[in-house]
Design a protein around this ligand. Structure first.
Ligand code: A3D
Length: 311
């Protein structure tokens, strides 16, 4: 059986870690693509990971390239192409630059990998995934934005750090746009199946939610140059794996809503079922009034950035 082909467009911080995790999880052969200026970097990174192969014994092939023909017939494409946030820069400041980049990427993915499941990571996420969908014309089940997987993982990590209990037994869901207006559904956060609200004081829980909202910025500030990359890479791989293995995992992700949660025509973070057909379902459930208000608030923020794309 031929191995799956996983293309990573953008071979920077997240791209390199995507290649490493995809290889270590034995998901398939990896193409790490970047612009000609960065060709040496992606060739070097993939060669380095090839030399890690003898340690785990998996025979996948990793190729660094700046030639779009090499992405031909990919099963999955994960896009991190763009520039990351610098201190003082909002995700929206990135829009102008990353919009041009995503348009070029979308044209090429459409040409060379028209059947791929595409996971967009570049910021501002909700607008960039929208732009990819518009420019490529891909069907809505094949285009998804990674954000909720990361925001939920951050919420889980902070709850584990607060309680000292295993992160494995913590469940959380963060919906909405990928930005400060994201919507953590606090009542659905559980620790060992017990509502977190019953185990942690309101004051501490509020502080954890606030930290989750600004978790990306916290790391941007610490780095001083660039944004988070390990957890974002792991989050996107979790989505790719669910597609490739038809796991039907339920992962909050930016999906094109057409009426779900009262949202129409926008990509926004909602619980998605990811399987062999891509986004197989958006799991809609009743929201409390306050949650609905927060979701509409985040929708306004998403609408504003999408309007700025002019698409
Ligand atoms: P970085 O290490 O700069 O890598 C980006 C790569 O994209 C660089 O190697 C560039 O050379 C490359 N690139 C630029 N233009 C093109 C192009 N036209 N075609 C192909 N590749 C190109 O950044 P990073 O890996 O740290 O972050 C990548 C993106 O992910 C940024 O937009 C971040 O803001 C975003 N990000 C999103 C999240 C989410 O949760 C959504 C989290 C963290 C980062």
């Amino acid at each position: 059986m031929a191995r799956n082909k996983i293309t990573l467009i953008g071979g920077g911080q997240i791209g390199g870690n995507l290649a490493l995790i995809a290889a270590q999880k034995e998901l398939g052969d990896v193409i790490l693509f970047d612009i000609p200026r960065a060709e040496g970097m992606v060739k070097g990174k993939t060669l380095d990971i090839m030399q890690l192969r003898p340690h785990d014994g998996y025979d996948s092939k990793l190729t660094g390239t700046s030639n779009y023909e090499d992405i031909k017939d990919s099963d999955v494409v994960i896009i991190t192409a763009g520039i990351p946030r610098k201190p003082g820069m909002s995700r929206d400041d990135l829009l102008g630059i990353n919009l041009k980049i995503i348009s070029d990427v979308a044209e090429n993915v459409k040409k060379y990998a028209p059947n791929a499941f595409v996971i967009v990571v570049s910021n501002p996420l909700d607008a960039i995934v929208y732009a990819f969908h518009k420019v490529s014309g891909f069907s809505k089940n094949k285009v998804i934005g990674m954000a909720g997987a990361l925001d939920s993982a951050r919420f889980k990590a902070f709850l584990a750090m607060e309680t000292g209990y295993s992160v494995q037994d913590i469940q959380c869901m963060v919906l909405g746009g990928h930005g400060d207006t994201m919507v953590p559904i606090t009542r659905l956060a559980t620790i060992g199946g017990i509502p977190a609200e019953d185990l942690i004081s309101k004051e501490r829980l509020d502080a954890i939610i606030e930290r989750t909202r600004f978790a990306g910025g916290e790391i941007v500030k610490l780095f001083g140059n660039g944004s988070a990359f390990y957890a974002p890479a792991a989050s996107a791989i979790e989505m790719a794996e669910s597609y490739l293995k038809d796991k039907k995992r339920i992962i909050p992700s930016a999906a094109l809503c057409e009426g779900e949660f009262g949202i129409d025509g926008y990509f926004i973070g909602v619980p998605t079922v990811i399987g062999a057909n891509g986004i197989e379902k958006i799991l809609e459930f009743p929201l409390l009034v306050d949650e609905k208000t927060q979701l509409m608030n985040t929708l306004e923020a998403v609408k504003k950035t999408v309007a700025e794309t002019g698409l």
